[in-house]
Design a protein around this ligand. Structure first.
Ligand SMILES: [Zn+2]
Length: 315
C-alpha cells in the first residue's frame, strides 16, 4: 500500500486481544518515520528517527491512550491532537498519532476525532488500533482504511514463543499456544503466571460445559492431577469474577482468558447470578469441609465440584 503511494490519512488496525496489534501500530509508525532510503521492509533501527522513536522522544509521533486509571479516551485528549498537528513535521516525514484502544473513545471523543478525519491537516497520519471493531462508531470507521489483523501465522508464532521461553520444551510451548487460542502474547503471559495458565484452562472448560462440548465427569478427570485445595481456590476465584462480570463490575476480558470477547460475552450474558451465588456458597462450604475432620473422599469431592459447576452455569 505504502509502495503504491495509496496510504490514506487514517488506518484502522483491528485485531483480537493478545495478538500484538498495538505493537504492530508502533512498528508501522516507526517504519513510516524511518529516514533510511530506499525504504526496506522494516525500520532500519539505526537512523536518527528510529533512535528517537525507540527512546520514546520522536517529536513527530504521539501515542494516545486512556489516562492512568481511566477506562476511556476523553474529548480533551483528542482536542490536544489539534495542537500536535498544528506544528510542522520536524523531520518532514509527516506526523503520526497512534490511538489505542480506539474503541475506548467515548462518544464526545469520537466526534472530536471525526473533525480531524474529515479535514486532516497536511502530513497527518492517524493510526487507530482496536480490539472491538464493532464498538467504533460507523462515522469513524467509514473514514478509515481498515487493516484486519485477526490471525497470526501458527508456525512463526510458535517459533517466536519458543524464543521467548528458552527453558520450555516443545510440548510446553505447543500446549501454551493451544491454551491461548492461538494468541502468542497471551501464551507468554500464561507461561509467566502459572495461576493464569490454570484458571484459563478451567475457564475454557467451564465454557465448554455450558455449550455441551464437555461432560462434568470427564472434566473432573482431566483436572484430576490438580490438588483439591488449588482446584477449589481457582473455582472460587473464577466464580466470584463471573458474578462480578455478570454485574459489569470487572472487565473479565482483561484476564488472560483463552477465549475472545466474542466467545465470552454471550456466555456471561447467559449466566444466572442466583445459581452462581448458590454455587459459590457450595464452594465455600466445601472448603470448610476439607479443612475439617469430616474431609470426604477426594474423588467424590472433585466429581461433586464439577457437577455443581455444570449445574450452576447451564440455563
Ligand atoms: Zn530508521
Amino acid at each position: 500500500m505504502l509502495q503504491c503511494g495509496r496510504l490514506g490519512h487514517a488506518l484502522l488496525f483491528s485485531a483480537r486481544e493478545w495478538l500484538g496489534a498495538e505493537q504492530l501500530g508502533h512498528d508501522f509508525a516507526k517504519y513510516i518515520l524511518c529516514e533510511t532510503t530506499p525504504k526496506k521492509t522494516q525500520a532500519c533501527d539505526a537512523c536518527r528517527s528510529c533512535k528517537l522513536f525507540q527512546a520514546g522522544n520522536h517529536p513527530d509521533f504521539k501515542a494516545l491512550n486512556p489516562a492512568d486509571g481511566k477506562k476511556n479516551i476523553l474529548i480533551d485528549q483528542v482536542r490536544e491532537l489539534l495542537d500536535f498537528y498544528s506544528l510542522k513535521s520536524h523531520y518532514g516525514a509527516g506526523k503520526i498519532v497512534l490511538i489505542f484502544p480506539a474503541d475506548s473513545m467515548n462518544r464526545a471523543a469520537s466526534n472530536a476525532l471525526l473533525k480531524l478525519l474529515e479535514e486532516p491537516p497536511s502530513g497527518a497520519l492517524l493510526l487507530l488500533v482496536a480490539h472491538r471493531f464493532a464498538e467504533i462508531p460507523m462515522t469513524v470507521r467509514s473514514r478509515c482504511i481498515r487493516i484486519p489483523c485477526e490471525r497470526v501465522e501458527e508456525a512463526s508464532s510458535i517459533q517466536w514463543l519458543s524464543a521467548q521461553l528458552p527453558t520450555a520444551d516443545q510440548d510446553r510451548v505447543d500446549h501454551l499456544f493451544k491454551q491461548s487460542n492461538g494468541a502468542p502474547l497471551k501464551a507468554l503471559a500464561m507461561a509467566k503466571d502459572p495461576n493464569l495458565d490454570q484458571s484459563a484452562a478451567i475457564l475454557k472448560s467451564i465454557v465448554d460445559l455450558e455449550q455441551n462440548r464437555a461432560h462434568p465427569l470427564s472434566e473432573a478427570k482431566a483436572f484430576g492431577d490438580l490438588p483439591l485445595e488449588e482446584l477449589l481456590d481457582n473455582m472460587i476465584s473464577i466464580t466470584t469474577q463471573l458474578i462480578l462480570a455478570k454485574f459489569g463490575c470487572v472487565n473479565f476480558y482483561d484476564r488472560a482468558s483463552p477465549l475472545s470477547i466474542e466467545e465470552l460475552s454471550p456466555f456471561i450474558d447467559h449466566l444466572n447470578s442466583k445459581r452462581l451465588y448458590l454455587f459459590l456458597d457450595f464452594l465455600l462450604h466445601s472448603k470448610g469441609l476439607i479443612a475439617s475432620n469430616a474431609r470426604p473422599r477426594e474423588a467424590d469431592m472433585v466429581a461433586s465440584l464439577w457437577l455443581g459447576l455444570s449445574d450452576a452455569i447451564r440455563s
